[in-house]
Design a protein around this ligand. Structure first.
Ligand code: SAM
Length: 282
């Protein structure tokens, strides 16, 4: 029973972002950050050889682990030493139906879960897509704990005037915090960059603005982040400059500002006004 890839003769596949965590103290710290309880369901994306999974099965009610690489699944089962409270799914985390998996897990568990959480040392090539899938999966998620590149964690937690579309997207759904960093030497093989553990606490309340409109407006603003919003919004939203300026001013935003300087609240005001202006014109 070892989650160590070397002990199993596993040849890590770079194309699947395989960097296995080798430091058990770090694995415990990551799992502790997720605040998992015995009545909880935890989804793990990319369990690999089980560095986190062994701890998750000990503290969760049920674990659903989604792994794309079939070769690793018997190794993972071996590492788990007969733990009964886990469903191992061979599949792509960007495609599986998390709501369906949660329902199935609940049936097997026999009672409603007290909380649902996500934990993952993410393969870096799917970072943004995976974060988006988790936050938009439609389940009431309490915590999301993800190991990502430090640079990504810093971008996600940035504040005005250093916002990016990634920061706005994550902060629309929840409150992210960078908890601690992990050096490349704690993984096998070593990644080229430092990693960081990010915790996101989703808001879990219906957004006060239509999400589709919010992202349409934010994407238009960030299409040319160095340009003034009066220009980017006019081009991106099919408005003339006077209309773009009017919406910005009504939202209390100076039209010469740039996308990186806006807070999520300001994007929300802008999206609401864009929506009501559209309706009044229609
Ligand atoms: N959790 C393990 C650990 O901490 O040692 C492995 C982490 S490794 C960075 C990423 C894992 O995600 C690998 O096991 C890889 O095969 C798996 N993976 C890659 N792409 C995936 C996808 N689209 N869906 C699910 N798992 C994926």
């Amino acid at each position: 029973m070892s989650s160590r890839p070397k002990a199993h003769g596993i040849v890590p596949r770079k194309s699947l972002g395989q960097h296995f965590l080798t430091d058990d103290a770090v694995a415990r710290r990551i799992v502790a950050a997720a605040e998992v309880g015995k009545g909880d369901l935890v989804f793990e994306i990319g369990p690999g050889t089980g560095a986190l999974t062994v701890h998750l099965t000990r503290c969760a009610g049920w674990v659903v682990a989604v792994e794309l690489d079939q070769v690793l699944i018997p190794v993972l089962r071996d590492a788990l030493g007969g733990a009964q409270n886990i469903t191992i799914v061979h599949g792509d985390a960007l495609e599986v139906d998390f709501i369906h998996l949660a329902r199935e897990a609940e049936r097997t568990f026999g009672r409603p879960f007290e909380a649902m959480r996500f934990v993952a040392n993410l393969p870096y090539y799917i970072t943004s897509a995976a974060i988006r899938r988790i936050l938009e999966c439609g389940l009431p998620i309490t915590t999301v704990v993800l190991t990502v590149q430090t640079e990504v964690a810093e971008r996600v937690t940035a504040q005005p005037p250093d916002m990016s579309l990634l920061a706005v997207s994550v902060q629309f759904y929840g409150r992210p915090e960078l908890l601690f960093t992990i050096s490349p030497g704690q993984f096998h093989p070593q990644p080229e960059v430092e990693s960081a553990v990010l915790r996101i606490r989703p808001h879990n309340r219906p957004p006060d603005v239509d999400a589709q409109t919010f992202f349409r407006v934010a994407k238009a603003g960030f299409s040319q982040p160095r340009k003034q919003l009066r220009n980017t919004l006019a081009v991106g939203l099919g408005l003339n400059k006077a209309q773009a300026e009017a919406i910005l001013r009504q939202s209390g935003i100076e039209p010469s500002r740039r996308a990186e300087t806006l807070s999520v609240e300001e994007w929300k005001r802008l999206a609401s006004l864009f929506m009501s202006n559209k309706e009044s014109v229609a």
